[in-house]
Design a protein around this ligand. Structure first.
Ligand code: GLN
Length: 198
């Protein structure tokens, strides 16, 4: 499949299959990534939703924290959704004791920010950078971007102003789950970044 971007989905925990299926549907060659050598064989990485404290622990156990940080520093495109956004944040609020992120996005992210009563909900978001129809977004015990540093920019906010999508260079972080609502534009944007870099 010459010409199709080769991308990985970090497959330590979370909704790996949904991302892999969506990316394959967009024509990408998809690898599940658990080991440093697998990371080095791809040109972009998706960090799925799941449980960020588990993804953190497993990434350290599998020797993946250092290689993923190095890839982010080197400009490898990364799309993080939900727990994946938490993993990309430079600063965390309400993390468990000792929890670490990979970092890369100059933002502060609060885990489980929506509280018990509305842990899960759906909302339509205007995302001017994507153009076209609003994004129908599913939030599942999602995080919120509490503050955005000068290096990052806001892609989408809820009606009340809370930031739920951010971008910084080749990094894209979303509080919600486009992979379960059939929303493909963020993954296309990620694949465009990969194609531009390869
Ligand atoms: N609450 C989860 C966490 O802290 C994220 C939820 C999700 O990814 N759907 O990692």
């Amino acid at each position: 499949m010459a010409g199709s971007p080769r991308v990985g989905v970090l497959a330590l925990q979370g909704d790996v299959r949904e991302h892999a299926a969506l990316l394959a549907g967009l024509g990408a060659e998809v690898e599940l990534v658990r080991r440093p050598a697998e990371l080095h064989a791809v040109d972009g990485l998706v960090i799925p939703g799941g449980e960020s404290s588990v993804i953190d622990k497993l990434s350290r156990l599998f020797g993946m924290q250092g290689p993923i940080r190095a890839a982010i520093d080197a400009g490898v495109p990364v799309l993080g959704t939900c727990a994946g956004l938490i993993m990309l944040a430079d600063r965390l609020v309400d993390a468990i004791d000792g929890q670490e992120s990979f970092g890369g996005l100059d933002v502060t992210v609060r885990r489980n920010a929506f509280g018990r009563q509305v842990e899960s909900f759906e909302a339509d978001l205007d995302v001017p950078d994507l153009g076209g129809d609003p994004v129908h977004a599913a939030f599942i015990r999602g995080p919120v971007v509490e503050s955005v540093g000068p290096a990052a920019s806001v892609l989408a906010s809820l009606d009340d102003g809370r930031v739920v999508a951010v971008e910084q260079g080749a990094l894209l972080g979303l509080s919600f789950h486009p992979e379960i609502t059939g929303e493909t534009r963020f993954h296309r944007r990620f694949l465009d970044r990969v194609a531009a870099r390869v």
